[in-house]
Design a protein around this ligand. Sequence first.
Ligand SMILES: [Zn+2]
Length: 357
Amino acid sequence: MVIRPGARGRAVRDIQLRLLALGYDIDDAERATEYGPTTTSAVRAFQQQRGLLVDGVVGPESWRELVEASWRLGDRVMYLRSPQIRGDDVRDLQERLSALGFDTGRIDGIFGPRTAAAVREFQTNYGIPPDGIVAKSTVRALAGLPHLGHASVPPAARVREREALRRIGGMAGLRVVLDPGHGGDDEGSTGPTGVTEAGCVYALARELEAALATSGAAVYLTRDLSSAPTDGERAALANSLHADLFISLHVAAHDDTAANGAATFYYGHERFESEAGARLAELAQESVCELGLVDGRTHAKTFPILRETRMPAIQIEPCYVSNPREELLLDDPAFRRRLATAIAGAVREFVSSAVPA
Ligand SMILES: [Zn+2]
């Protein structure tokens, strides 16, 4: 389902109602009639705020995010089930528990095993039967406690990430999952002369694999040349391998062929960000830009691949394949090797700063 500017009908009305409930402005004249300019700018503002791709179009990801954003703590009974419950009510729960010192893991809005364990621990502490189910009594107990607010990163989530980093012993044996985007029938973006994203990020992943392996890291790729796993499958693979780091490789594309430069993304939203992801992103971005690429900076995003992975994860987009000059660079094996060397250098620096001296 993709709803675009100019669309009409019930789906548009539903999108508008959700945006209005979230506090976004939509012109009266557009309400209930059409996906006009103010609906489009509300969608863009929502996408910006939620760390999504900002295109003003409601595709499956933006729709899922709109639905998740609509849930409030207490709206529904929450517990560990499959598929796991997702939404801002889970995020709020995690934030409150984490602020009280109960370790829910990342504030990611996914009710997983660690969140369930934190709920049971909280219930035990507050004299509620520890069933891990968030129903009225638990919501009431949480609501009765001072809410420490959204200003700072909740302490338990941050402590947990630091502990995970402490387990990294150095480059030898470091488990790194490399994720070349797209693949199989999905070529990703294509450059003016036909260089495909899927092809060049796969070649880059192979170079990076070699560069990291020389430092003793154990490197895994999420796909081969012909396969195209979903983002969920890629993240699940990294999680099951207990990877220490996850690096997704894509390239950018834009209608304006002048657009160029590098950008790096890590997991985060307006109320939480992965400290380790941000640091790794910063190092990778700096290192890649030393090759003379324009600095498109690092950004906190909620891309599924960053959200579903349980280790520090980044997505690097070193170039625009739509830019004729950068397309040539991406197609050049010597340049890909320099990129791989730059990224591997950033990983080494990250690891040496994570390992206590
Ligand atoms: Zn891509």
